[in-house]
Design a protein around this ligand. Structure first.
Ligand code: DSN
Length: 430
């Protein structure tokens, strides 16, 4: 494939440096198997909208209430995106202006909390997210952040410890409980979280960033009826524009959220991204999206199955989603080494701590895999069986001598390129 032909002709003519960099990135995406659970491949229509004339427009404010003239068409884009997202997630109100998931969560904090309030979220070490109260993040610095985790052993090993959530909630009486995660592959019991929040009269924020595509496809429970606020990115399983959203059914809360997003936290919304989000939601409303998500989940189940056959342990024992959380400790391997060797053969993933990991976060004993991106380009169950065995071969070779290891890596690199060539990430220029 001549990669630079896939870019706008003008860029190729006017800035060969950037065109070259973009071409290299396209080649990387084409020739690597992308297993980073938070990444996906946006459609050409999304890329068109996100690279459109709406990048030129300032539109501080909300549709019909802007601080600039000339907003009639960006208003149309935002209204359309709002209409579609409400239909998709069956909710009454939405704010689509946050630029990222972290900013969406910050806007919720600004709207509903005061500095030093107590919040209760899942710890990073148990598969939670940085913005749910981790120490280095604003959520952990500005609030009294208490963290819950997963069970250490027993039949429920690795599953969210709802008893602990309840005990911590009753002890610390947080103003907000946060549910949602970054590595947790199982269905989260939103109703249980609601019951706990009700006991102490706390807000319940659900950050469904990882699961929102599955929710849209009705393959994962919709948290909207159980939570006060739902946040999400729009580019993970939802496969769309790189951005975020806030949803609620509560009119008083949306008023506070709207003021918190603008003028509280942000200035001009990115209206080209708004147009692209309208495209994203339109695509997710189509029946084909549901089939896509079913394939994402069944591919993840196959990947987990093969990795177990190859002697690894899967954290939580399996998956209900797009995530496969691998425990490397049965083979005495570490996440940093495994991530690096997989990248060398063209398989992209990320090292990830496992619950109660004895290794520090920069090393870890685990890897996180996800199936959304490879499924978008067409990988099926059989392909994921092959991918699982490739991972097994490469990681097993780490236990062999250098010569054997290099031989296996070379062979797998060739197989990765050959598999990738069957599935172009974009089939036509944009
Ligand atoms: N960085 C994202 C992830 O990989 O899950 C979450 O923000």
């Amino acid at each position: 494939m001549n990669t630079s032909d896939l870019y706008f002709k003008r860029l190729k003519e006017t800035d060969t440096d950037v065109d070259l960099i973009l071409g290299k990135e396209l080649n990387r995406q084409q020739n690597q198997i992308e297993l980073i659970a938070s990444e996906n491949i946006a459609s050409l229509s999304t890329l068109n909208a996100q690279g459109s004339v709406m990048t030129n427009k300032y539109a501080e404010g909300y549709p019909g209430r802007r601080y600039y003239g000339g907003c009639e068409f960006v208003d149309e884009a935002e209204e359309l995106a709002l209409k579609r997202v409400k239909e998709l997630f069956n909710c009454k109100f939405a704010n689509l202006q946050p630029h990222s998931g972290a900013q969406a969560n910050q806007a919720v904090f600004l709207a509903l909390l005061q500095p030093h309030d107590t919040i209760l979220g899942m710890s990073l070490a148990s598969g939670g997210h940085l913005t749910h109260g981790a120490k280095p993040n604003m959520s952990g610095k500005w609030f009294n952040a208490i963290q819950y985790g997963v069970k250490k052993d027993g039949n429920d090993k690795d599953l969210i410890d709802y008893d602990e959530v309840e005990e911590l909630a009753e002890k610390h009486r947080p103003k907000m409980i946060i549910a949602g995660a970054s590595a947790y592959p199982r269905v989260i019991d939103w109703k249980k979280f609601r019951e706990i929040a009700n006991k102490i009269d706390a807000y319940l924020l659900v950050d469904m960033a990882h699961y929102s595509g599955l929710v849209a496809a009705k393959e994962y429970p919709n948290p909207i009826d159980y939570s006060d606020i739902v946040t999400s990115t729009t580019h993970k399983t939802l496969r769309g524009a790189r951005s975020a959203m806030i949803l609620t059914n509560n009119e008083e809360i949306i008023k506070k959220i709207n003021s918190a997003v603008f003028p509280g936290l942000q200035g001009g919304p990115l209206m080209h991204v708004m147009a692209a989000k309208a495209v994203t939601f339109g695509e997710a409303l189509k029946p084909e999206f549901r089939n896509y998500i079913k394939n994402v989940v069944s591919n993840a189940k196959i990947l987990a199955e093969v990795l177990v056959e190859r002697g690894f342990r899967i954290v939580t024992g399996g998956t209900d989603s797009h995530i496969v959380w691998l425990d490397l400790s049965p083979k005495n391997l570490t996440g940093d080494k495994a991530e690096k060797i997989l990248e060398e053969v063209g398989i992209a993933c990320n090292k990830n701590a496992i619950p109660y990991d004895p290794n520090p976060p920069k090393i870890t004993s685990g890897l996180r895999f996800g199936t959304p991106a490879a499924t978008s380009r067409g990988f099926n169950n059989e392909d994921f069986r092959i991918v699982g065995n490739m991972i097994g071969d490469v990681l097993d070779a780490l236990l062999e001598n250098d010569e054997k290891q290099q031989m296996v890596s070379k062979k797998i690199r060739e197989s990765v390129i050959s598999l990738c060539s069957k599935y172009p990430i974009y089939k036509e220029p944009y």
